[in-house]
Design a protein around this ligand. Structure first.
Ligand code: HEM
Length: 321
């Protein structure tokens, strides 16, 4: 059990109706690096200020840093498991890595709150960053993913969520932190909707209408739920915390799912991705990927609240180490 959750950023915020995901790269000058470091000490206060304007709005923000940015901005020590996003590819299915130094995951009941917080946080960063991806996600009916199935059912809750997502004694300096892996998926909805409901249910591993898991004797081993269910060496289930959001522009034919997975180490999320893409055994891959492809991919470390503030005081030699 990780005992450092009191100091975590809002990783376990309850699912909200709206979210904004922002990935930005930092501008490579010492002055801009200093701006980003100073900003780290401001984030919590900006979130508080905007949140107070709508007390029932459940506004929260999680911010994280990519591997290269960590070296450049903060140097050593660095989170033990932080590395650049590892591309995985097989048979035309690829989890691509795309540029990204800073991740902002902003959640609230209403989009105006998310929008205001994103605006205020980005204003403070100014030209120290360039936003390379920005997605506004919305709740789709009863928490359904764009593909029509309820999403998030098997998320860990309570102490489980803490155990699976908060770094503890294994990396003491970074205790209270988490890792987040993000991917922006686009769906071929024409192809998906041409399947029968039974075919779709076999791909996900759950009944579409009732959200009940398929019985073990009929659930295909290639189903999304089978391939993303992991066990450790003692046979205990290893979970991650997901807060995916649908997004899209129907007029442009864009229908997407923004995937975000939080965990205490990147390893289980990467293992799930490998199972989905390569297959278990190889070739027995996730058919959801015949109708969905990732157009971004990034891995970020989410420092604890205390560390986030402290990072503003780091001074890093010009070569970043
Ligand atoms: C389960 C949708 C990508 C990990 C599910 C479920 C849906 C879903 C509908 C079933 C309900 C639930 O338990 O949440 C999607 C969509 C994706 C996507 C639309 C993007 C195209 C991913 C990725 C990962 C992942 C990239 C991990 C790397 C999981 C896990 C479960 C799950 C761990 C729970 C499995 C279980 O315990 O039964 N997903 N997912 N998903 N997904 Fe995904």
């Amino acid at each position: 059990m990780s005992t450092y959750y009191d100091d975590s950023q809002a990783v376990f915020s309850p699912v909200t109706r709206s979210a904004i995901f922002i990935v930005a790269t930092i501008t490579n000058t010492p002055e801009h690096h200093a701006t980003v470091r100073n900003w780290c000490a401001d984030v919590a206060a900006v979130v508080r200020s905007v949140a107070k304007r709508a007390p029932d709005g459940r506004l929260s923000c999680v911010c994280g840093f990519g591997s290269t940015a960590w070296n450049t901005l903060f140097g050593l020590p660095r989170p033990a498991q932080l590395h650049p996003f590892r591309e995985i590819g097989s048979g035309g299915r690829v989890a691509i890595a795309t540029p990204g130094d800073i991740l902002l995951h902003i959640r609230a009941e209403e989009m105006d709150l998310c929008f205001e917080l994103a605006t205020q946080l980005l204003n403070k960063l100014g030209d120290a960053v360039t936003v390379v991806d920005e997605v506004q996600g919305f709740r789709y009916f009863d928490q359904r993913a764009m593909i029509g199935f309820v999403d998030g059912t098997e998320n860990p809750e309570g102490r489980g969520a803490i155990d699976f997502t908060v770094v503890g004694e294994e990396d003491r300096t970074f205790a209270g932190g988490s890792y987040a892996l993000v991917q922006k998926y686009l769906h071929d909805m024409k192809g998906w909707n041409a399947l029968t409901v039974e075919q779709q249910e076999g791909i996900i591993g759950r009944h579409k209408q009732s959200n009940i898991e398929l019985d073990a004797d009929v659930k295909p081993s290639s189903s999304h739920s089978s391939l993303t269910t992991l066990e450790d060496e003692n046979g205990n289930e290893v979970k991650i915390l997901r807060d995916n959001m649908p997004f899209g522009r129907p007029g442009m034919g864009e229908f997407g799912t923004y995937f975000i997975g939080y965990a205490r180490s990147p390893a289980p999320i990467e293992q799930m991705l490998e199972n989905m893409i390569i297959g278990l055994p190889p070739g027995n891959y996730d058919r959801l990927l015949d109708f969905s492809h990732a157009v971004t991919g990034g891995l970020f470390f989410i420092p604890s609240l205390t560390l986030l503030e402290e990072l503003s005081t780091r001074s890093v030699p010009p070569n970043g180490h």
